[in-house]
Design a protein around this ligand. Structure first.
Ligand SMILES: *Cc1c(COP(=O)(O)O)cnc(C)c1O
Length: 408
């Protein structure tokens, strides 16, 4: 019997018959690893020596002065190797691949960040690696394609459908059904069929474990509120998990895009736009029409641009344990600018959603309160988008030309 874990009514494992034994093997390997105290030690050790963990907790003194109220702390996931929290997940899955004795990994990627993280892990662990990427994304994300190839991965452009992330996921699943024996599918976020939501958030829980110890050590008390951006939900679940069942308000921030009333956003939980459904192996809130056809999403941050969301977060919303909000592209760019200018930090546009919502709500809290923001990644990758938003056309042309040379 295959384990199909549900979170309230969400989650499950809706998978083709042919993959059942592969999922059973993965569930067994994961359960076995979790029960082995040496496994988490091995994980912490590789994260410490390969990815700068524990990542620091930074007191944002200038933002604190600027808002004249709560004390701001930032959890620095941007300092991980490859520039985001994604490393936590791929390195953990890499250790599981070694336990299962497999030699090849595949992954899907949209913006390319998960592809680069997976290709890096494969290089480190000596695994062969194939990355599926929509043809449109291959063109849009040339620097990431360049690095995946240098790292030794095969990047396969997907020409089906709308040639973006969801088409890449379908193609990766097709590959897996023909190469199950030696191949593991490294899913990039806390979505998909069981055990992925649980497994990915298990590895990401290292963020919350550290943050809890760090804030207690520094301030002797817990934060009043924690803000994290929500794409698939893995960095949010990672930091939130250190504070469940505490008097801490957990706020997940989705992509409000051009505004929730425009239809151009990726807000599944904060608005009433998402509806429950089953797709890509699991049940959650999707942005879909009445016939169950997936809608197009939009965000200035490619990493938040997805139609589904973690079933664990969907369930936490029903239980009232996490509040969901949305920040628009404009609010996000303003929050990004303020953070760079006041603190010298360069948050990813994804992470800037968490900053934007925290700034909007800062005056609701007083001097005795602490706000904790998860800076899920660094913004270097967003140079062209940010240049587009802020810079003059001459400079934009110059860097686009450089990017083409670099990618070619
Ligand atoms: C991919 C990505 C995200 C979104 O993924 P989650 O699974 O929701 O965390 C957020 N921030 C950064 C920097 C990313 O690269």
């Amino acid at each position: 019997m295959i384990e199909r874990r549900y979170y309230g009514e969400f989650g499950g494992a809706y998978i083709p018959e042919i993959l059942v034994s592969t999922f059973e093997q993965l569930v067994a390997a994961f359960n076995d690893a979790k029960a082995d105290p040496d496994f988490w030690k091995e994980y912490e050790n590789i994260m410490a020596t390969y990815s700068c963990r524990p990542t620091p907790l930074t007191f944002a003194e200038n933002l604190t002065k600027h808002f004249k109220g709560p004390r701001f702390y930032i959890k620095r996931e941007d300092l991980n190797h490859t520039g985001a929290h994604k490393t936590n997940n791929v390195m953990g899955q890499g250790l599981l691949v070694k336990r299962m004795g497999k030699s090849r990994v595949i992954a899907e990627t949209g913006a390319g960040q998960h592809g680069v993280a997976t290709a890096t892990m494969a290089a480190k662990f000596g695994l062969s690696c194939t990355i599926y990427m929509g043809e449109v994304d291959v063109a849009r994300q040339r620097p990431n394609v360049f690095w995946m190839e240098r790292l030794g991965a095969h990047v396969l452009p997907v020409r089906d459908g709308t040639r973006i992330l969801k088409d890449a996921i379908n193609e990766a699943l097709r590959d897996w059904t023909t190469n199950m024996d030696d191949t593991h599918y490294v899913l990039g976020t806390a979505c998909g069929a069981h055990p992925y939501p649980e497994m990915v958030s298990y590895f990401q829980s290292i963020i919350g474990q550290e943050a809890r110890m760090q804030i207690l050590d520094r301030e002797g008390k817990l934060p009043s509120r924690i803000y994290a951006c929500v794409g698939g939900g893995s960095n949010a679940l990672g930091i939130f998990s250190g504070f469940f069942d505490e008097p801490v308000e957990l706020v997940g921030v989705e992509a409000g895009g051009k505004g929730l009333d425009t239809g151009q956003h990726a807000s599944r939980l904060a608005s009433n736009n998402g509806t429950p459904g089953v797709a890509q192996g699991y049940k959650t809130y999707f942005l879909q029409n009445r016939e169950g056809q997936m809608k197009e999403t939009h965000s200035v941050a490619a990493g938040l641009d997805y139609v589904g969301v973690s079933p664990i977060l969907a369930s936490l919303r029903e239980e009232g344990k996490v509040r969901f909000e949305a920040a628009t592209d404009r609010e996000v760019l303003d929050a990004f600018s303020l953070t760079v200018e006041k603190e010298g930090l360069i948050p990813a546009l994804e992470s800037s959603h968490a900053f934007a919502q925290a700034f909007k709500e800062a005056n609701e809290l007083g001097e005795g309160d602490i706000i904790l923001i998860n800076q899920s990644g660094r913004g270097d990758k967003d140079i062209f988008t940010i240049a587009d938003a802020f810079c003059d056309p001459q400079w934009r042309k110059f860097i686009q030309k450089k990017a083409e040379e670099y990618g070619a």
